[in-house]
Design a protein around this ligand. Structure first.
Ligand SMILES: N[C@@H](CCC(=O)N[C@@H](CS)C(=O)NCC(=O)O)C(=O)O
Length: 243
């Protein structure tokens, strides 16, 4: 029997959105608790996640308020661990990974590619002002791993949950030219992604994942635009001032 689940999350955080999307897809009941990352509650690190990061899940134990987590619940952190955990919990009711070992390996390989290729290139541009153009190459790698249609392994799986929050933040940042990179470089890249025939498969994939209720209900575009533009456009100004 699946026990009580409390998800500690934050609207701004792509890692946290991964877990939230998977929980929504699983159909498992859970309590959602928003952590203010700029003013974290003092109980959060000692009682939930010593790394003081979101996402984290308190699983099992008595039915308590999220602010007073029970020592009897298991505390689990790290978004990719949580995706696997949620898939394990819902395996018999709503599979979030296919049964076939090859398809499971493909899902995990895709997740690894998101981590090792795409997120580094995106954050390099967003936070360190690196040229965003290499992001296109990493999107090309990801779309090359997709089947001709559908999700990463055909049916929706946690591999789709792993990538969607990052694609959403990359697209919205580039669309609004938000980031520490040179002014105009994001918008240029966004226009290529929207129009170039080379990225047609990517566009279709993103349309598929982003139209699911699990994404729409967990995506807070206004919050992301607001926080990202304050944080990363300021980094652009600082970078230019140091030139
Ligand atoms: N590797 C972690 C990364 C999680 C992470 O970096 N979360 C950020 C927010 S997006 C966080 O909680 N940072 C702590 C802070 O801002 O103080 C995971 O995959 O869950």
């Amino acid at each position: 029997m699946v026990e009580l689940i409390t998800l500690y999350t934050a609207k701004i955080c792509p890692y946290a959105q991964r877990a939230e999307i998977a929980l929504e897809e699983s159909g498992l009941p859970y309590k959602r608790y928003e952590i203010d990352l700029s003013n974290k509650p003092e109980w959060y690190a000692p009682k939930v996640n010593p790394a003081s990061k979101v996402p984290a899940i308190a699983y099992g134990g008595p039915d308590v308020a999220p602010e007073t987590p029970s020592p009897e619940s298991a505390k689990i952190a790290e978004s990719l661990v949580l995706l696997e955990f949620i898939a394990d919990l819902s395996a018999s009711t709503k599979p979030l990974l296919p049964a076939d070992p090859v398809a499971r390996a493909k899902a995990r390989f895709f997740i690894e590619a998101v981590l090792s290729k795409f997120t580094g290139a995106f954050y390099g541009a967003l936070t360190r002002g690196e040229d965003p153009a290499p992001v296109l190459d990493t999107i090309d790698i990801l779309q090359g791993l997709l089947p001709e249609e559908g999700y990463v392994v055909g049916e929706w799986s946690i591999a789709d949950a792993a990538v969607t929050p990052f694609l959403a933040r990359a697209l919205i940042s580039f669309k609004h030219d938000i980031g520490a990179y040179d002014e105009g470089a994001g918008k240029k890249l966004y226009d290529v992604l929207q129009t170039d025939a080379k990225y047609a498969r990517f566009r279709k994939y993103y349309a598929d994942v982003s139209s699911r209720p699990s994404f729409k209900d967990t995506w807070h575009e206004d919050v992301v635009i607001d926080v990202f533009s304050k944080r990363f456009n300021e980094l652009r100004i600082q970078r230019l001032a140091q030139k």
